[in-house]
Design a protein around this ligand. Structure first.
Ligand code: AMP
Length: 421
């Protein structure tokens, strides 16, 4: 029986990879402009890292982790997000000792046991940024600007950024108490998760998507009114920084986000065209997380873009095949002559393919299907003359040129094509 992929885990086929690469290349370019370096961490970590790093009352940890015991009896988890792993690596390798300010990004797969649907998968990919060692509002504004630049450079439509401040532990404690009181009066209309979370993590009720919870929190106390003077001033300057950078945003006092570690600034970016799963990125400040994970007390801010959703929005990126198909008609001498040309083309940086075991007609068909703008045709006459016939597949015009000029001729067909594109 045929074996299929695991539910919620997708193959990325060659046609789609073009879009993935466009997204990755755009991200790398923008990170470069902001002085970010790449860090690659393993896809699996000790379970304890996520329990400590994400918080055990979050949906991700309560319900969504791929956790198993390995042959040595150790509990391991496929990473559900990148921040905890990246910070573990930064701490483990003492990167903050070398330079207390670090800007790193990473790109790769994440794993969450969620109900698969359009835009929500069990293996999905994120572009992740972490900016460590600064607590200035400037670093928040600049990080949000970077995220905005990335969305804009991908040419997405209807990009909108929502911002909120969750304050520090002090201002949040007062808010939590008031919110708890408010929610108690509405406990009957909260979903099962929220009734349980209400006491331990009442903030999460604010961004629950269940309609009855949404209704219940209408008119709830607003965190911004509980911010201490420092957090209030920090938030004010973040917003003023966004204005200075020309980043459009809206304030959303209900934006809490799913992970426990956020402090002060949180944000989310949505885009048009995705239906209900319209968040393409989210992030925020996490001033206590590095300390919680056993590192030196260091502030930080980061974000993650979901790549599947970006790829879905961008759609197909046209192929830019830039090569030459070599066709050989004749005996072994002709084929050897053609092999020499294949090798020379590739050594000269021109992608080249051939299929000499097929009939001439079949080879020409393959040449057409390859999408390559150039085709080199070799038969007995060409070998005798020391020549190659080079065909421009777009115009169908062809010329017999000396063998020594073949590479240059193919390159000129390709560059004519490039100029037109
Ligand atoms: P989070 O790590 O939950 O803050 O999510 C950051 C971004 O990752 C979201 O805005 C989504 O674009 C994407 N994302 C999160 N979970 C999934 C998933 N299960 N499938 C696809 N994309 C996801």
């Amino acid at each position: 029986m045929e074996i299929k992929a695991i539910r919620g885990m997708n193959d990325i086929l060659p046609k789609e990879v073009r879009t993935w690469r466009f997204v990755e290349e755009t991200a790398r370019k923008i990170f470069g402009l902001y002085g970010f370096e790449e860090l690659r961490s393993p896809v699996m970590e000790k379970t304890e890292l996520f329990l400590r790093g994400i918080g055990d009352e979050t949906d991700v940890v309560e319900k969504q982790m791929y956790t198993f015991t390995d042959k040595g009896g150790e509990s391991l988890t496929l990473r559900p997000e990148a921040t905890a792993s990246v910070l573990r690596a930064v701490i483990e390798h003492g990167l903050l000792g070398e330079d207390p300010v670090r800007k790193v990004y990473s790109i790769g797969p994440m794993f969450r046991y969620e109900r698969p649907q359009k835009g929500r998968y069990r293996q999905f990919h994120q572009i992740n940024a972490e900016r460590l060692g600064e607590d200035s509002p400037f670093s928040d504004a600049e990080t949000l600007k970077l995220a905005y630049d990335l969305a804009a450079s991908l040419g997405l439509e209807g990009v909108a950024m929502e911002v909120n401040s969750l304050g520090c532990e002090d201002c949040r404690a007062a808010f939590k108490k008031t919110l708890e009181g408010f929610l108690e009066g509405r406990a009957g209309s909260l979903c099962e998760d929220c009734s349980r979370r209400m006491r331990k993590n009442p903030l999460r009720v604010l961004d629950c998507k269940v309609p009855s919870c949404k209704e219940a929190v209408a008119g709830a106390p607003v965190l911004e009114e509980f911010l201490c003077d420092d957090c209030r001033e920090h938030y004010r300057q973040v917003l003023s920084g966004l204005d200075a950078f020309g980043v459009p945003y809206g304030k959303n006092p209900l934006l809490v986000r799913g992970l426990d570690y956020y402090t002060r600034t949180t944000f989310e970016i949505t885009a048009q065209g995705l239906g209900s799963q319209n968040a393409i990125a989210g992030g925020g400040r996490y001033d206590n997380l590095i300390g919680t994970l056993g590192g030196p007390e260091t502030p930080g801010i980061g974000f993650a873009f979901g790549m599947e959703r970006l790829v879905m929005l961008i759609g197909a990126v046209p192929a830019q095949e830039r090569g030459c198909f070599v066709v050989a008609q004749g005996d072994e001498d002709v084929r050897r002559y053609a092999m020499g040309l294949l090798a020379e083309l590739r050594a000269g940086g021109v992608p080249a393919e051939g299929a000499f075991d097929k009939s001439f007609k079949a080879q020409m068909r393959r040449a057409g299907r390859s999408g390559y703008p150039a085709c080199a045709i070799i038969g007995g006459d060409e070998v005798k003359e020391g020549a190659v016939t080079v065909k421009d597949m777009r115009t169908s015009s062809q010329d017999r040129v000396p063998r020594a000029d073949a590479l240059a001729r193919v390159q000129s067909v390709l560059s004519a094509q490039g100029e037109e594109a």
